[in-house]
Design a protein around this ligand. Structure first.
Ligand SMILES: NC(=O)c1ccc[n+]([C@@H]2O[C@H](COP(=O)([O-])OP(=O)(O)OC[C@H]3O[C@@H](n4cnc5c(N)ncnc54)[C@H](OP(=O)(O)O)[C@@H]3O)[C@@H](O)[C@H]2O)c1
Length: 252
């Protein structure tokens, strides 16, 4: 029996990295999964591999509310419900110092990393509240809680998204919703390749072997769907925490 049998999940940023691993892990645990990203062909291939009965691909730019709402509607129409939302999609480029950041590009990162999370909450919460239950997991970061050189856009957006986690929990817990964040630590994905190429701060100097595989946050997200994670409602779960890793059964 899968841990997510009978559940319907929507995962943003499912074309690669943590989002792809999450879509695959959720499907392996029995969930029906809607995969969202801008790269329609890529998510179509992944959904195809998971099987038409188990997964659908919905091309979507999460910075546009109307696209996110249409994606939620399509998910509910296809699978009959929305039990789990993983607000995972995010970007870090362009990495630059505040003093020479491009204002439009800086704002576009806020549109994706912060407003994209709002768009997911805004589209999914009414559906879940009407059903009386649901889990929303926002992918957070250590950058939500501390400044990092060259990442002002990323730190500000992740700090804002963390506050959205807290606000959503405050408003919706009484309606049966479980909202929390996952701070995964550093993960071996395209985003870390971009960080390494920038050469800007100590994170870019990390050896690749220090990053955890994307399957780890995927397994953590499955765990967060269960009542064992209820102590963390309205908070970030840190995957750097050895106690958390032990609870999830993760180790090198
Ligand atoms: N890797 C790490 O070390 C690390 C650490 C802490 C937190 N995180 C967070 O984890 C999440 C996933 O990151 P990752 O490392 O897996 O990065 P990644 O490999 O670069 O994947 C990012 C995903 O987001 C999607 N995306 C970007 N902009 C989008 C938009 N406007 N609309 C829809 N989808 C969009 C991308 O798909 P398309 O380009 O096809 O749209 C892709 O599927 C992010 O929120 C990131 O901030 C990562």
């Amino acid at each position: 029996m899968g841990k997510l049998d009978g559940k319907v999940a929507l995962v943003t940023g499912a074309s690669r990295g943590i989002g792809e691993a999450t879509a695959r892990e959720f499907a392996a645990e029995g969930a029906k999964v809607a995969l969202l990203a801008r790269s329609g062909d890529v998510i179509a291939d992944i959904a195809g591999a998971l099987g038409a009965d188990n997964a659908i691909a919905i091309p979507c730019d999460i910075s546009r509310f109307w696209e996110v709402r249409a994606a939620v509607d399509a998910c509910v129409q296809t699978f009959g419900a929305l039990d789990i939302l993983v607000n995972n999609a995010g970007v870090i480029e362009p990495i630059s110092h505040l003093s020479d950041a491009d204002p439009d590009a800086w704002g576009q990162v806020i549109d994706i990393n912060l407003k994209g999370v709002f768009n997911g909450l805004r589209a999914a919460m009414p559906v879940m509240q009407a059903a009386g239950s649901g889990t929303i997991l926002n992918i957070s970061s250590g950058a939500a809680h501390g400044p990092v050189e060259g990442w002002s856009h990323y730190c500000a957006s992740k700090a804002g998204a963390f506050m959205l986690t807290r606000c959503a929990d405050k408003e919706a817990r009484e309606h049966g919703l479980r909202v929390m964040g996952l701070s995964p630590g550093t993960v071996a994905t395209e985003m870390q390749r971009e960080i390494k190429a920038s050469g800007v701060n100590p994170v870019s100097q990390l050896d690749w072997s220090e990053h955890i595989p994307p399957e780890w946050p995927a397994k953590a997200l499955v765990w967060m769907c269960g009542p064992e994670a209820d102590d963390y409602l309205g908070q970030d779960v840190s995957l750097r925490d050895e106690d958390i890793r032990a609870k999830i059964g993760l180790s090198r």
